[in-house]
Design a protein around this ligand. Structure first.
Ligand SMILES: [Zn+2]
Ligand SMILES: [Zn+2]
Ligand SMILES: [Zn+2]
Ligand SMILES: [Zn+2]
Ligand SMILES: [Zn+2]
Length: 331
């Protein structure tokens, strides 16, 4: 019996059915074929079940499958066989494989994909928690044994990666000692999307924190006033997030007593806190990443945050139900 493509123990069968259902006959408008190159994986899987000609167009155009990005919610349920089936459409020419939180993909499953696609140059597996440090080292060796195509590796959120794993990976990638000292800025990573800014990034996104020696994302401080600290290892503000808390807006290191309260619970330095617009009711700002949660007032006098908006609606409900009770009680 054929093994399932997606784990169907969970309620949502959407992606399994998207992949497996048979298309109905019919000719789509030819303009539709031109948009295929602009669709994300999830949309492409939806389009291929519309009709046979779209299914053939999607399946047979190898260029659509050279860069594969698998994101939540699809990634939570993706099984090894489905990953193999999806990636095999690149016919061995896969360039980018981005698996974000694909918690069911195992070392064996990923190695099978890599064996068939030896020219991947961007491998992105953040929070793929079933993969192991040894598994990733094997994969990096497979990709770098005969060629140096692998240029970018992203591993944050994985478990069990040690300093030795990182050293082996860096030597396979031929990353020079000077390149390892290259600055990595926090705000850049927090806003990172696999679809943009890829080529400007550091070859590998995790390293050994100089403060706690754990393998994590390690960031540098962009503050000019901190640059002198680089000469003084005990004061240096290069480190992982738990060791050196950083402002969500500017990435600068901050003292805990400098913290300004935000609606979204992100950390801001006092300069950024002062600069950002505040909720009219609670006087707390959103960081720019969450600024779209603001509810603007119709008279252009600012905004109220989501939590104040909810509590003001509740108060209104409470007030009207209280009034109703009072009026009913009167009769
Ligand atoms: Zn640390
Ligand atoms: Zn700041
Ligand atoms: Zn600093
Ligand atoms: Zn508020
Ligand atoms: Zn925020």
């Amino acid at each position: 019996m054929e093994s399932p493509l997606f784990d169907d123990k969970e309620e949502n069968h959407e992606f399994g059915s998207l992949y497996d259902s048979q298309p109905e006959e019919g000719e789509p408008h030819e303009a539709l074929f031109f948009v295929l190159a602009y669709l994300q994986l999830r949309e492409r899987l939806s389009v291929r079940v519309v009709c046979k000609s779209l299914r053939d167009a999607v399946d047979n155009d190898v260029l659509l499958w050279l860069d594969i990005f698998i994101e939540p919610p699809l990634s939570y349920r993706l099984l090894n066989d489905a990953l193999f089936k999806i990636t095999s459409k690149a016919h061995g020419r896969l360039r980018t494989l981005s698996l974000k939180r694909c918690v069911k993909i195992t070392d064996d499953g990923l190695q099978r994909v890599i064996e068939n696609n030896p020219h991947i140059n961007k491998l992105y597996v953040p929070a793929c928690t079933t993969l192991t440090g040894n598994g990733i080292v094997t994969i990096v060796k497979m990709l770098t044994d005969h060629s140096q195509d692998l240029k970018h590796l992203r591993l944050h959120g994985m478990y069990g990666i040690t300093k030795q794993h990182i050293e082996t990976i860096l030597s396979c990638l031929k990353v020079q000692k000077e390149d390892q000292k290259q600055s990595i800025l926090f705000f850049y990573h927090r806003r990172f999307s696999p679809l943009i800014h890829w080529d400007t990034a550091h070859p590998i996104d995790v390293g050994v924190c100089p403060k706690c020696s754990d393998v994590r994302q390690v960031f540098d401080c962009p503050r000019d006033s901190c640059k002198w600290k680089k000469e003084h290892p005990l004061l240096e503000c290069r480190g992982c997030f738990p060791c050196v808390p950083r402002c969500e807006e500017c990435g600068g290191c901050i003292d805990w007593d400098e913290l300004g309260e935000t609606v979204c619970m992100d950390i801001l330095c006092s300069d950024c806190w002062l600069r950002l617009p505040k909720c009219n009711l609670c006087n707390r700002p959103y960081c720019n990443l969450h600024a779209d949660h603001r509810t603007f007032l119709s008279d252009n006098t600012g905004f109220i945050c989501a939590s104040c908006h909810i509590s003001s609606t509740r108060n209104l409900d409470w007030w009207s139900s209280g009034l109703e009770e009072y009026m009913i009680g009167d009769y």
